[in-house]
Write a protein that binds this ligand. Structure first.
Ligand SMILES: Nc1ncnc2c1ncn2[C@@H]1O[C@H](COP(=O)(O)OP(=O)(O)OP(=O)(O)O)[C@@H](O)[C@H]1O
Ligand SMILES: [Mg+2]
Length: 331
């Protein structure tokens, strides 16, 4: 598949001081759901804003749908839908009026606009509420409205910056089902951020984890989990000889820990090694009393890559940078 987003050495420095994005390079294939994950302040929104032509690029270059972001911003805007992290719908307008305003911005007019607005509002269950002012909407209703505001002109690429933040489980799942549908039926490419790692795990074909403005790892969720956690087989035997050495010799096994008769075996794919483990135990005339295996989660990968302590350090660094800027402005 052709690349629909390409970024090369993309860098953003705010006010000549805060390096929010630091020479990142990546690509997203057409029709892919790509997850851009990272802790608070990692540079996710800044990257999205550069790709959306809403923030200038300090260094590097990017193309979206075949257009250079810096040189052809108009063409880029026509190809993309954006659901920003901060809600932008006008509180004093109704849901329908917000949609009409958005339609006009994208040159969708007349009966085509009315039909599309009706269809989208129905899809997110806002048909009845859409005549009310947005200020009377609940948080979930606002998010749902914001989503369909980004879809009016049938974009090729949809940027979703934490679209499900604060939504209840049913609404989240409904929203993702709809997005998955668009991805499958229309080949919509999705570039998304989320702090719900289970969502990213089930939706994204590929993921990049960013921190301090750089990409730390990227790959499919399965690849990342295999590399940064791996499966663990827990085995309780009937006693007898120490099998640590035997288990360590099985292909792919990276670590064996033994506590009495209980072994914990770390390996990338448990299901592949299970036959060798079980056969080996039986051949040694031992009995398996308990056996189970667990798969790693993306949370484990995230913690492994980003760590907790890094976050604390980041917070204080960016706080002091902001403090400097505030002081300078005050001067
Ligand atoms: N307009 C701005 N001016 C100065 N610094 C900014 C500006 N916007 C963001 N930053 C800084 O850039 C860094 C990256 O911020 P960004 O909003 O891209 O992070 P994020 O990964 O989207 O975080 P979150 O998960 O909290 O949304 C942070 O240190 C932030 O303080
Ligand atoms: Mg953000």
């Amino acid at each position: 598949m052709a690349d629909i987003i390409q970024a090369e050495g993309l860098t953003k420095v705010y006010h000549g001081k805060v390096k929010a994005v630091d020479h990142i390079s990546f690509h997203v294939s057409e029709g892919e759901i790509f997850g851009f994950l990272g802790p608070n302040g990692a540079g996710k929104t800044t990257t999205i804003k550069m790709l959306n032509t809403l923030a200038s690029i300090t260094e590097g270059r990017a193309t979206v749908a075949g257009h250079d972001v810096a040189k052809e911003p108009g063409a880029v805007r026509k190809s993309i839908g954006v659901v920003p992290q901060e809600l932008t719908a006008d509180d004093e307008l109704s849901g329908t009026e917000n949609m009409m305003l958005m339609a006009r911005l994208h040159h969708v007019r007349g009966s085509a606009a009315t039909a599309k607005i009706g269809e989208l509002l129905r899809l997110v269950d806002l048909e009845d509420a859409s005549r009310r002012k947005v200020k009377t909407f609940s948080g979930g209703m606002r998010r749902r409205l914001q989503l369909v505001m980004g879809l009016l002109h049938e974009p090729k690429v949809l940027f979703l910056d934490e679209p499900t933040l604060g939504l209840d489980v049913q609404t989240r799942s409904k929203m993702w089902n709809y997005i998955k549908g668009l991805n499958k039926d229309r080949g919509l490419t999705v570039f998304m951020t989320t702090h719900y790692l289970d969502e990213a795990d089930s939706l994204c074909e590929r993921i990049a984890i960013v921190d301090h403005g750089t990409i730390k790892v990227s790959g499919s969720p399965a690849e990342l989990k295999a590399a940064h956690g791996g499966d663990v087989v827990t085995l309780k035997l009937s006693g007898g000889a120490d099998l640590t050495e035997f288990f360590s010799g099985i292909e792919g096994v990276s670590e064996v820990a033994r506590e009495g008769d209980v072994y914990r075996i770390k390996l990338p794919r448990a299901e592949r090694a299970l036959p060798a483990i079980v056969t080996g135990v039986v051949q040694k005339n031992l009995e398996i009393q308990e056996i189970s295996f667990s798969k790693p989660t993306l949370d484990q990968v995230f913690l492994d890559v980003v760590g907790r302590s890094m976050r604390d350090e980041e917070a204080s660094e960016s706080d002091s940078a902001w403090e400097n800027i505030r002081m300078e402005r005050a001067r």
